[in-house]
Write a protein that binds this ligand. Structure first.
Ligand code: IMP
Length: 195
């Protein structure tokens, strides 16, 4: 099965491709010859994931999926959440976002947080959504060079390494994206067996 992944984020593509079974062939927007930065105007990850997959499905008619992810910090009432990419401003700087997060959390004793991913997939005009959650905590200094976004300051429950200190395979043992993708893969494999 061929699916377009509606993202321009190569990190997300690498993480998700590493989790797919052989029968699922994911092509990126770039590989599909589509140059687009789809706006994420909504207040929920569900709606933002949905608008991204719907936009690409309307353009191509090809099965496609998208994902939207946010970091939800307990002491910040779920922020940055849906605003995770633009937390410190429109230029979407990973470094400035971490800086703002650490500054807002500095005087808060509760450092617990979770990543939440929502995947929206559209096949034959029918949309389905999956969620993946990873709970953990924020540390006050960056550690590690792998990954992207808030990875250098997030330690998932059950580990003592930040996501940025993990290989792709290690991150996948814990990550929100891996959990949501496992549900997508199960769904796609079931569709294939039924046809
Ligand atoms: P979006 O899903 O592209 O809107 O992602 C929102 C923001 O969340 C990204 O810009 C990253 O800063 C952050 N983010 C998303 N996924 C991850 C992850 O797996 N690790 C760390 N940060 C992430």
């Amino acid at each position: 099965m061929k699916l377009i992944f509606a993202t321009n984020n190569q990190h997300k593509v690498d993480e998700i491709r590493a989790l797919l079974t052989d029968s699922i062939h994911v092509i990126t927007l770039k590989e599909a010859g589509i140059e687009i930065d789809i706006p994420e105007p909504y207040d929920s990850m569900e709606e933002n994931a949905s608008v991204k997959s719907k936009t690409i499905y309307k353009m191509t008619g090809t099965p496609c999926f998208s994902e939207d992810t946010g970091l939800e910090v307990t002491a910040l009432q779920g922020e940055p959440g849906v605003k995770s990419a633009r937390y410190a401003g429109e230029n979407r700087s990973f470094d400035a976002n971490i800086e703002k997060l650490l500054s807002n959390l500095a005087d808060k004793p509760d450092k617990t947080a979770r990543f939440r991913t929502v995947i929206s997939v559209i096949i034959n005009d029918h949309e389905t959504a999956f969620e993946g959650i990873c709970t953990g905590r924020i540390i006050d200094t960056r550690r590690g060079d792998n990954g992207f976004g808030y990875d250098p300051v997030f330690i998932p429950d059950g580990s003592n390494k930040t996501f940025a200190e993990m290989s792709l395979a290690e991150k996948a043992r814990y990550s929100h994206r891996a959990r949501a993708t496992a549900k997508l893969v199960a769904f796609l494999n079931k569709l294939e067996t039924n046809h």
